[in-house]
Design a protein around this ligand. Sequence first.
Ligand SMILES: [Mg+2]
Length: 171
Amino acid sequence: MTPKNKAIFLDRDGVLNEEIGTYVWQPEKFSIIPGVPESLARLKAAGYLLIVVTNQAGIAKKLYTATEVRACHAKLQAACNDVIDALYFSDAHPSVSESILRKPNSGMLEKAVARFNLDVAQCWIVGDRLRDMEAGANIGVRGILVGEEDTTFAPHVADLRAATALILKAV
Ligand SMILES: [Mg+2]
């Protein structure tokens, strides 16, 4: 089948919800960053599927469970008008178990490429860590870094709102 769909891969913590410096799994501490619902709506209107890809190593460390991750994702969807098409999380941590799903590996993205028949050349990944950029680059997906990371990676913008402007302006 010829790839025909396009998507935005979204890291979660620090892109969609506030980075709190530790694992966030309680819905009451899961705080959505201003501008995120509107940015996702704009990307969706431009024809992009929206796919969250998040490392949740706290599961491997037994700090919280997949059920709690899903509760946060339900809050995210509710705040964003259910606009997200899929949410993948990797529960692995190298101290417990290796996984091809855990970024900077690309397993979560590859699953979505197969499931949604994506053309990677039309996709982007937005993340706040270089490992997000690496996960995209591994399979030919362009990256936009957001946030405070001290790096020379480009493009590097403030937040998802700015990343959205960049994507919608690109040919
Ligand atoms: Mg992050």
